[in-house]
Design a protein around this ligand. Structure first.
Ligand code: ADP
Length: 459
C-alpha cells in the first residue's frame, strides 16, 4: 500500500506534473488495491487499505496547498470516494470471509467423515479412476496386516493375489477394478487371500462407483469385511450336519427294513388298526429319510462333493413314471401330463427324477384346495423345457428369487402352516445349474405358480 502511495506520487510528478492526473491514477490504483487487500485478508485488510487511501488523499489536499473552491471540491471528492471505498471494502471483505467460512465448514465435514471412516469396523478403500488409493482406513490395515499409504494401487500393491470360488483372480477380477471399468456396483463377493502377515483370510468385498455429474466414473469405494471366523464356523456347522446325516442314514434304512418285514408279518392277522399304524409309521420314516437325504445333498453341494452319473434317457418317459407314483400319493389333486415331447437328455437320471418329484410334491403341498396340476414337456430353442403348473397359494414377486436360496421359506417359522425345510428348491437349482440348465418360476400370489426348468437336448 505504501509502495502504491510512493508510486502514485512518482508517476504524477515525473510523468504528468498534473494534480488531476494524480487524482485519477490514485482512484484506479487504490480501487484495485482495496479490492486486492479486502480479498486477501477480509474486512480488516479492506478497511486498513481504505484508511491509508483516505489519509493519502488528505495528504495530497494538504501538500498541494488547495484553497477556496478547489479545497472544498477536493474534500467533497475525498468524502464521496471514501464512502464508495468503504462500501467496496465491506462487500469484498464480507464475500471473502463468507467463502472462507464455507471452505472451513467443508473441510471440517471432510475431517469428520474421515474420522468416521477411520473408525469403521469394516475395511474401506477409496481409489481414483486409475485404482490409486486415496484413502484406506485402520480396519483395512488390520485385515491386510500392513500400512496403507495414499498412492498405492489396489489390485497391484495391495490385494493383488487371491481366489474367488477356487479360481485365481486376475487384475480386473477384483471388485474395485470391476466397478471402475464397468461403472456397476459389486455386491458381497467372497475372496480368499493371504495377508501380509502370512495369514489366510476370507474377505467379503463390495464396491461402488463414484460418478461425476455427467455420469463419468471418477473414483470408487470398496468395503471389505473379514469373514474368516464366520466361514470357519459355517464349515464346522456343515461338517456337523454332514456327519450327523451320515450317522442317521444307516439306522433309518434299517428301520425301514424292519417296518417292511413287520408289515408283512402283521398283514397275516388282518388287524385294521395295526395296519393303519404301520402305514403311518412307514410314512413318517419316509419323511425322515427324505429329510436326511436332503441334508446330505445340501452338505455335498456346499463341499462340492455332489457327483453325477450321467446317461442318455427319455425325459418324457421319466415324467410318466414320476406321475404314476405321485398320483397315488394324493386324492385331492389330478396330475395332468398335457404336452409330452419325445426328448432325450444326457443327465443324471436319479437327480432329474429328484428335481421333478420336488416340483410336483411342492405343487401338491402348496395347493390346499382340490385342483389339478399340469406338467408340460416341450422343446424350445434347442432345449427341453419342463413346466409344473399349480393353482395353489402362489408366491409374491419379491420372494420369487429367494425361494431358490438355501433354507429359504416364504412363511416365517411362527406362522408356519406347510411342513418343510427350504432345501428342495436349492438342491433342484444346483442340480439343474450343474447340468447347464436353468430353473425359474412365474407366479402370482393367491393364483398359483408355474415352475420351469430347462436341460440341453441330446438328439
Ligand atoms: P420346502 O417346501 O421344504 O419349504 P422348497 O425349497 O421346496 O422347501 O421351497 C421353498 C419355499 O418356496 C417353500 O417354503 C414355499 O414357501 C415356496 N414354494 C415352493 N414351491 C411352491 C409352490 N408350488 N407354490 C407356492 N409356494 C411354493
Amino acid at each position: 500500500m505504501i509502495g502504491a502511495v510512493v508510486l502514485s506520487e512518482a508517476i504524477s510528478y515525473l510523468a504528468f506534473h498534473d494534480p488531476n492526473a494524480v487524482g485519477l491514477i490514485a482512484i484506479f490504483l487504490f480501487i484495485a488495491l482495496i479490492i486486492y487487500f479486502a480479498f486477501r485478508t477480509g474486512l480488516r485488510g479492506g478497511f486498513i487499505a481504505v484508511a491509508i487511501t483516505i489519509f493519502y488523499y488528505l495528504y495530497i489536499i494538504d501538500s498541494r496547498d488547495y484553497t477556496g473552491a478547489q479545497f472544498i471540491t477536493s474534500i467533497q471528492t475525498t468524502a464521496v470516494l471514501g464512502v464508495l471505498y468503504v462500501l467496496l471494502a465491506w462487500i469484498i471483505g464480507w464475500l471473502k470471509q463468507t467463502i472462507d467460512l464455507l471452505i472451513e465448514q467443508e473441510a471440517n465435514e471432510k475431517r469428520k467423515l474421515q474420522a468416521i471412516v477411520q473408525q469403521l469396523p469394516v475395511g474401506v478403500i477409496v481409489a481414483d479412476n486409475n485404482g490409486t488409493i486415496i484413502h484406506g482406513n485402520q480396519q483395512l490395515e488390520k485385515i491386510l496386516g500392513r500400512k496403507i499409504r495414499e498412492g498405492l494401487v489396489a489390485g497391484r500393491d495391495i490385494i493383488a493375489k487371491g481366489t474367488h470360488n477356487g479360481k485365481e483372480v486376475g487384475p480386473s477380477g477384483w471388485p474395485l477394478a470391476h466397478t471402475l471399468t464397468t461403472g456397476k456396483p459389486v455386491i458381497d463377493k467372497e475372496f480368499k487371500i493371504q495377508n501380509d502377515k502370512g495369514k489366510d483370510v476370507v474377505l467379503q468385498i463390495s464396491a461402488s462407483p463414484i460418478k461425476s455429474r455427467s455420469g463419468k466414473v471418477i473414483a470408487a469405494a470398496a468395503i471389505i469385511n473379514d469373514i474368516t471366523q464366520q466361514k470357519e464356523l459355517e464349515t464346522r456347522k456343515d461338517d456337523f450336519v454332514n456327519m450327523a446325516s451320515h450317522e442317521l442314514k444307516t439306522p433309518i434304512t434299517s428301520m425301514k427294513l424292519y417296518i417292511d418285514s413287520l408289515s408283512i408279518s402283521l398283514g397275516k392277522y388282518n388287524d385294521e388298526r395295526a395296519t393303519k399304524i404301520m402305514h403311518n409309521l412307514k410314512g413318517q420314516t419316509d419323511k425322515l429319510q427324505k429329510l436326511v437325504n436332503d441334508l446330505l445333498d445340501v452338505s455335498r453341494l456346499q463341499t462340492g462333493k455332489l457327483g453325477f452319473e450321467k446317461e442318455d434317457f427319455r425325459l418324457d418317459t421319466l415324467i410318466s413314471e414320476i406321475i404314476e407314483v405321485l398320483q397315488d400319493s394324493t386324492k385331492k389333486h389330478t396330475i395332468v401330463y398335457a404336452k409330452k415331447a419325445a426328448v432325450k437328455v444326457y443327465a443324471d437320471k436319479f437327480r432329474i427324477y429328484q428335481v421333478i418329484t420336488n416340483l410336483v410334491t411342492n405343487a401338491i403341498k402348496y395347493s390346499p384346495q382340490e385342483s389339478s396340476i399340469t406338467i408340460n414337456l416341450v422343446r424350445k430353442q434347442g432345449k427341453a423345457v419342463v413346466s409344473v403348473t399349480d393353482s395353489g397359494i402362489g408366491i409374491a414377486k419379491d420372494q420369487q428369487k429367494r425361494i431358490f436360496e438355501r433354507l429359504y421359506q416364504v412363511a416365517d417359522m411362527k406362522e408356519k402352516t406347510y411342513p418343510g425345510f427350504g432345501m428342495g428348491l436349492f438342491i433342484s437349482k444346483e442340480i439343474i445349474r450343474r447340468h447347464k440348465g436353468t430353473i425359474w418360476v412365474e407366479s402370482e400370489k393367491g393364483k398359483g405358480s408355474t415352475f420351469y426348468f430347462s436341460l440341453p437336448l441330446n438328439t
